[in-house]
Design a protein around this ligand. Structure first.
Ligand code: PLP
Length: 371
């Protein structure tokens, strides 16, 4: 059994993929070929945003918006501590300071009160200027954008949605990737929409910002490739990856439905034995991960391993406790959820093609271990 089985999906679209790839190879437009623009248009339509700008990976999809906004030394950017390192790393790479905020114990997304406390403390200290918030749609569930939007409006902060794990998720009628001033996502192979290598994209409804993002991603180009109006980076989605993504995007809506079924089946079967994911009303998770919590996590993990069932602890250590990030500020409210969740959490195999038989075996093993 695999944690995320990409093989079944590949078999399903193999012929179409081969046709697409053969076309790219025959045409030879490996950089910025027509598939890239076609994919940008199709994913923008799917998400309901005006502009999609593809780039090389999900990390760049967060860094480029910071560069586009000129966020740098002396600026504070508020990030959850319980996330993948890239969320905070880009802030440090831009020369600004990540400020670590705790997460909500149910949704695992940025905690609004902890965020408010962090902003107030940074303003009081007066050393850094609050500039932006990067909420993460962790495991595929949208952050609390109503709450975040109010704070951002009041404090004049720019919001960059980290939707790396959430393509296909939604909150109300809005798709993940369409929140904030700009969003970044990742097409790393294991993501809900993944390619066969690295890839990413940024989404916004702001035409001027979209143009600046495109410029930053292309060495700060101006009117032409050889007119450099700002310092940028080299960050593009390969034409081959765009071709793959076009075929994968075509089946994403159906795969999202399959993921909902897998998740509902897990929650029905495990809800009385462990803490299962809490999805607030009106949300649809993209189910990048299906995470359970149990005080006997290590026992459960060992039992699964014995049965040949893979499981993963996301994340073993929150970022504010990592050596690389120890120097950065954190919310004065403390980060008790981020600090204790790593002892209880466990992510189970999750993908659209998980069979009921495999799921039953996972469930039985977990139930046996927590008894
Ligand atoms: C929350 C989060 N942000 C950012 C990234 C960075 O994406 P990438 O690996 O494509 O650079 C990832 C995934 O790896 C992620 O999970």
């Amino acid at each position: 059994m695999q944690f995320i089985d990409l093989g079944k999906q590949r078999e399903r679209i193999q012929e179409k993929l081969e046709k697409r790839l053969a076309k790219v190879l025959a045409e030879g437009r490996y950089i910025l070929g027509p598939e890239v623009a076609e994919f940008e248009q199709k994913i923008a339509d799917y998400l309901g945003v005006k502009h999609a700008v593809a780039c090389a990976n999900g990390t760049d999809a967060l860094l480029i918006p910071l560069m586009a906004k000129g966020i740098g030394p002396g600026d504070a950017v508020f990030v959850p501590s319980f996330t993948f390192a890239a969320t905070a790393e880009v802030v440090a790479l831009a020369g600004a300071s990540p400020v670590f905020v705790d997460i909500d114990p149910d949704t695992y997304n940025i905690d609004i009160r902890s965020l408010e406390a962090a902003i107030a403390a940074i303003r009081d200290e007066g050393e850094l200027t609050p500039k932006a918030i990067i909420p993460v749609d962790l495991f595929g569930l949208a952050a609390d954008y109503a709450g975040i939007g109010k704070i951002a409006a009041r404090e004049g902060l720019f919001v960059i949605e980290d939707a790396a794990q959430a393509t296909g998720g939604a909150q109300g009628n809005t798709m993940c990737g369409a929140f904030g001033d700009v969003a970044g996502t990742s097409f790393y192979p294991a993501k809900p929409l993944g390619c066969y290598g690295d890839g990413g994209a940024m989404f916004t409804n702001d035409a001027d910002l979209a143009e600046t993002l495109r410029s930053v991603a292309f060495h700060g180009k101006g009117r032409s490739q050889y007119d450099n109006v700002r310092i940028g980076v080299n960050s593009r989605l390969d034409t081959l990856q765009a071709a793959i993504l076009l075929e994968k995007l075509a089946i994403l809506p159906e795969e999202m439905e399959l993921r909902q079924k897998v998740a509902a089946r897990y929650s029905d079967a495990l809800g009385d034995a462990v803490k299962v994911p809490v999805i607030p009303a009106g949300n649809r998770s993209a189910w990048a991960q299906y995470a359970i919590e149990t005080p006997v996590r290590d026992r459960v993990r060992a039992a699964l391993k014995e049965e040949g069932i893979p499981s993963v602890v996301y994340y073993e250590k929150p970022l504010h406790l990592q050596e690389a990030y120890a120097v950065y500020p954190r919310t004065p409210a403390g980060l008790p959820v981020s600090e204790t969740l790593p002892d209880r959490i466990l992510c189970l195999p999750m993908h659209p093609y998980l069979t009921e038989a495999d799921q039953d075996r996972i469930v039985a093993t977990i139930r046996g271990a927590v008894k």
